[in-house]
Design a protein around this ligand. Sequence first.
Ligand code: SF4
Ligand code: SF4
Length: 158
Amino acid sequence: MSDTITTRRSCGGCTTCCKTLGVDALDKKEGEECRYCDTGKGCKIYASRPQICINYACDWLNGAGTEDERPDKTGIVVTRVGNRTTGGLYQIVESEPGLLASPYGKRLVNKGLALPMVVCYCEKGEPPHLIIPSGAIVHRRVLRFMMNGMPYRNEDRV
Ligand code: SF4
Ligand code: SF4
C-alpha cells in the first residue's frame, strides 16, 4: 500500500479540523470550536490565521480517500506526519463520540496499521490510544509528540 499522497484538494465548506484539533497559538483546546470558525464556511481571520493553521493539511486534503470522505461528512480527521520509511504517525480524531466505532473509523485504523505507521486514535473525551504495528519505525519526533500530548495539528509541535 502506498503512503505517498500527491493530489491536492480544497477544503470547500469543511471546517472540521477547526473544531477537532488544538491550536496552541489561540489557546484553543482539542474538541472546542475555534472562535474564528464560521462553521461550514471557513475562517473569519483567514488572511491573518496562525502559521500552524496555514501549514496544516489533513490527509483528505492531501488526496487520501474518496471525495465523499471529506472530514465534515465523516466527522473524522486524519493527520499524517512523516512516512513509513523514516517513521511517522497516522492520527485519527473523531469530532463526535462513537464515530471511530463505525466501519469507516475501523477501516482508517486498519489503513494506518497496514502502512505500517504508528496509529494514534482519539475518541472524543477519552485519552488517545496508540498502536505500534510490527515493522513500524518510531521516529524520535513521534516519541516527543507522545510526551507533549495529543491530538495535534501539525509538525510544529514535534
Ligand atoms: S479537516 Fe481537512 S478538509 Fe476539513 S478544513 Fe481541515 S484541512 Fe480542510
Ligand atoms: S484560526 Fe481559522 S483556520 Fe485556525 S483553527 Fe481558527 S478558524 Fe480554523
